[in-house]
Design a protein around this ligand. Sequence first.
Ligand code: GLN
Length: 500
Amino acid sequence: MTAMIARNVSALSQALAAKEISSVELTQLYLDRIARLNPEINAFVTVDADKSLAQARAADESRAVGKAGKGAGPLTGIPLAQKDIFCTKGWLTTCGSRMLGNFVSPYDATVIENYNAAGAVILGKTNMDEFAMGSSNETSYFGAVKNPWDTARVPGGSSGGSAAAVAALMAPAATGTDTGGSIRQPAALCNLTGLKPTYGVVSRYGMVAFASSLDQAGPMGRSAEDCALLLNAMAGFDERDSTSLSREKEDYGREISAAAGDKPLAGLKIGLPKEFFGTSERSGCSPEVMQLVDAAIAEYRKLGAETVDISLPNMKLSVPAYYVIAPAEASSNLSRFDGVRYGYRAPEYSDLNEMYARSRAQGFGVEVKRRILIGTYVLSHGYYDAYYLQAQRVRRLIANDFVAAFRQCDVIMGPTSPSTAFNLGEKAADPVQMYLSDIYTIAVNLAGLPGMSIPCGFASSLPAGLQLIGDYFSEAKLLNVAHRYQQTTDWHLRHPSGFD
Ligand code: GLN
């Protein structure tokens, strides 16, 4: 049965349709594996077999009554891992924090509602950096997640639990959220395919807010094909999110399923920003990772694509601008956690102020407090103009760089992460080193663009990711560009050993 759990979502969907296996049986296979492996990997914060199996039974019933197009869709009965940032009715939603350690959501996030409507089964809630702040999954109140490719190393963050769950075959696919790289970077470090959609494509309703103008949810799976299936379920206008975009429903897999010849990407122009590859910045990326990225680009030329040299001159300002804007928004979003309305409350206090102060002091971890302090500082009278306003201007310049770049090319490529998975504890004491893990991903969030990471090989047995950045609303194209590469390479089909 190991073969079954290693299948991708589309293959599992066929197996369910062909009655090769039921959703209850499939869900049980994953639950058994979670029970066996999670104590070591720590990818899930919450598992509730009864709830999962009840959903699986309902899915089996709708498949039994559903003739083509009725009752069942491609995700009916597919078990998925959900990042613990999405409010999930009746389940704990901790966001990796002590602050929400006892929070049972009274309602579903739109993403969860959409997956429920598609008939998917919730396998459990995955571990994450506290309030999605981190690049290693070490800031979780529930402990670090281990990378299944090497358990002495981090899986990346903040969607590290989702990434580790899929990599260790504890789930066929998962959800993540990406504020500055948190889908793409853990996907790269765990050999997965991950997509951060254009800002506004997936509703943020019920997704615990970190930095509202940057946060965006997306799929993490084994293949581009699977990400398309998941995004089809996740995306769509939602009037409960004022930044949700009202657009015609689209099939994100339409370019993947279109026929193509042996040069399927003929005519595609790939932009290579010198800031991702140039010699001075090259020192930011490990030579082994850069070699794999170069080889992947050579493969793209074989598929018919041409490459053009481009420049994103303000790229170097993306990390500093992000670490003003994201903490500013976080400090405001996190003010709601005061021990009064929900979440953690300090057991002892003498008056109201002390209750607030102690609840927040005890409920939040070090990284979250650091962000709140930075955020309140840059927003404070006297510093607002010097930091926050300036960062917003830089953000616009960065977005404009991409507008100019997409006049010259269709897709931008480069590394996702400057290194493969680093050791647990290696960067934990040095926040700036940790922040630099996202040098290649953050600009995409500042501009609101879609970005992907796909597996592109191994350096010293650790996976590396190739990043694909597209113009606004080019998800279907990005997924196809990723898919064509996955048809001629097998990096994405490899699994870590030692977990059978
Ligand atoms: N690593 C970045 C941060 O710590 C991005 C996190 C994210 O995308 N949620 O803020």
